[in-house]
Every structure is written in structure tokens, then in C-alpha cells.
Design a protein around this ligand. Structure first.
Ligand SMILES: C[S@@+](CC[C@H](N)C(=O)[O-])C[C@H]1O[C@@H](n2cnc3c(N)ncnc32)[C@H](O)[C@@H]1O
Length: 292
């Protein structure tokens, strides 16, 4: 890896800007919304029977878009029941946006929100130091496992916090996505470090199988319009390329040969398809629901 390339996560504000372009150009949240509306009610059917309150833990909840949809599905399944929703999120900017979203949303009277500005690992360390073994009825880790140092240990820890009828939901990129093709081929040339690792549903399944955990898997078809990445100097295109390669200022800092190879790879069928003059990157996700 060329030493001039740095991880996108080393600049949190550029990371967030590129994540927002990614959300605008992809069906990422739409496909999750569809999952929440169609599949999640069945998943939630077991978690809250006869309970006076339902405890939900969001790990890496970001700005809360999907969290609020999940809470609405919990409310629909358990009308009037108190919900304690706690969020573990290290970004102050994301927490602020989450709070603004909550303030602007109606029908949340029975939901109590608590935000912890910390990483998953900091949460675990704090709970251990406090000898706190609080259990949860539903825990979700949506598109965040790339940013923890030890993925199997993180899954095992949060799995150990599940109540008897609870569920743990993980969403990551699918092993059938363009991400898998791109990262399997070029991951070793890109600045992956302990701020960001690449994991797909294939890795998570392997970890769950070796830990002997039971789970169901749902595929969520999604795409991302990356046409603007091919217009030299396009600002959104540059931010999307940073997000795709997890590299800060990829266009300016990547060695020309690597940049050329990745730009070609992005157009190939393993990564994307051409439709109506657009280049649509395969952003398929996998939702993995783990039993206690
Ligand atoms: C790609 S965003 C996903 C946000 C949200 N779950 C969604 O799907 O829209 C990843 C989130 O994980 C958070 N994050 C990064 N490192 C983390 C860690 N070690 N523990 C918990 N969250 C982390 C980031 O701040 C960011 O908000």
C-alpha cells in the first residue's frame, strides 16, 4: 500500500459527508425500511411477551433513521408498552442529528432514549467496570461491524447480553455484492487498518457457525448509482470513491495505476451493471437474525 493513502475514518467529518452522499445515491435505507416493514415484525414476535417494558440496544445507531423505523415496528407489535432505547454511538455529530430527529418525530411518547457517546468496546469495558450485566430484548448492529477491532468478540459480547426470547440483528454487505468483489480483489492495496476492516455476510456466517450460534439470513437487494464517480472532478463522485475504497481523498492520493484498475473494476459485472445510462453498483445487504 502506498504510504500517502490514509483511511477515510481518520477524518470523521469527511467520512460523514461521504456516508451522506452514499445514502443519497443508494437504496441502502430504502431496502432496510422494506426489511423492517416486511420481515422484522415476525422477528419481533417473540421478544416482548408479557413484559412491562422492552429494552432495545442500538450499537452504531448513526443519525437514527433506521432506529426510529425499528422502534415504530416494536410499538406496532407491542402497543402502549414502554420501550427503553439505548444507543451506543461514538460520533457526537451523529448523536446530535439523532436527537434532532427524535425531537421532530411524533408518537414517541412511550419511548425513553439514552445516548452513550462511546464505541462498542468502550461500552463493554464500562459495563464490565460497573459490574453491570443488563440484558436486552433486541440488539441491533447495522452497518457498523467494519469499525470494531475484533468482530467475533464483539458479536459474542453483545450476544451474551440477550434475554431468553431476545434477538440480535446484524446488517452488513452481502457476500453477493459489489463490495465483496472490490474488497476481495483490492482490499490489500487499500488503507484498511484498525479503524476499518472489511467484513461481509460470508465472514459473519463463518464466525457464527464456529461459535455454534443459530441464525436466519435475509438478503436485501440494493444498488448505488456511481455514475458520477466517472466524471473527473465531480465532488459527489470523489466522496463516493472515498466511501467505496475507505480511503481519504482516493482520487488525489491513490497511485495512478491502482486508481485506473479500481475505476475499471467498478464498471465490471462483478461490481455493477449499466441501466438507462447509469452505472449501478451492487449494494446488496444481508440481515442476519441471531437467536439467544
Ligand atoms: C455506516 S454508519 C451506520 C449508521 C446506521 N446504523 C445506519 O445504518 O444508518 C456506521 C456508524 O457506526 C458508528 N461507529 C463507528 N465505529 C464504531 C464503534 N467502534 N462502535 C460503535 N459504533 C461505531 C459510526 O459513528 C457511524 O455512525
Amino acid at each position: 500500500m502506498a504510504s500517502s493513502m490514509r483511511s477515510l475514518m481518520s477524518d470523521p467529518s469527511r467520512y460523514l459527508r461521504s456516508f451522506r452522499v452514499f445514502l443519497a445515491k443508494s437504496t441502502e435505507h430504502q431496502c432496510m425500511q422494506e426489511f423492517v416493514e416486511r420481515q422484522l415484525p415476525g422477528v419481533l414476535a417473540s421478544i416482548g411477551h408479557g413484559k412491562p417494558a422492552i429494552n432495545v440496544l442500538s450499537v452504531g445507531g448513526g443519525a437514527g433513521e433506521i432506529d426510529l423505523q425499528i422502534l415504530s415496528a416494536v410499538q406496532a407489535r407491542y402497543p402502549g408498552v414502554t420501550i427503553n432505547n439505548e444507543v451506543v454511538e461514538p460520533s457526537a455529530e451523529q448523536i446530535l442529528k439523532y436527537k434532532e430527529r427524535v425531537a421532530a418525530t411524533s408518537n414517541l411518547e412511550n419511548v425513553k432514549f439514552t445516548w452513550h457517546k462511546e464505541t462498542a468496546y468502550e461500552y463493554e469495558s464500562r459495563m464490565n467496570a460497573e459490574k453491570n450485566s443488563k440484558k436486552w430484548d433486541f440488539i441491533h448492529m447495522i452497518q457498523m461491524l467494519y469499525y470494531v477491532k475484533d468482530v467475533p468478540a464483539t458479536i459474542q459480547y453483545f450476544h451474551s447480553l440477550l434475554e431468553a426470547q431476545a434477538k440480535l440483528l446484524i446488517i452488513v454487505v452481502s457476500e453477493n455484492s459489489g463490495w465483496e468483489t472490490l474488497w476481495k480483489k483490492y482490499g490489500s492495496s487499500l488503507p484498511l487498518d484498525d479503524l476499518c476492516t472489511y467484513v461481509s455476510s460470508a465472514d459473519i456466517k463463518r464466525m457464527l457457525d464456529s461459535a455454534g450460534l443459530k441464525y436466519q439470513l435475509h438478503e436485501l437487494p440494493s444498488d448505488m448509482d456511481i455514475t458520477c464517480c466517472f466524471t473527473e472532478g465531480d465532488k459527489d463522485g470523489e466522496l463516493l470513491l472515498d466511501f467505496l475504497t475507505e480511503t481519504l481523498d482516493f482520487s488525489k492520493t491513490a497511485p495512478p495505476e491502482l486508481k485506473h484498475q479500481i475505476m475499471e473494476e467498478l464498471k465490471k459485472p462483478g461490481c455493477s451493471e449499466k441501466r438507462n445510462g447509469k452505472v449501478l453498483f451492487n449494494n446488496n445487504l444481508s440481515a442476519i437474525v441471531i437467536e439467544p
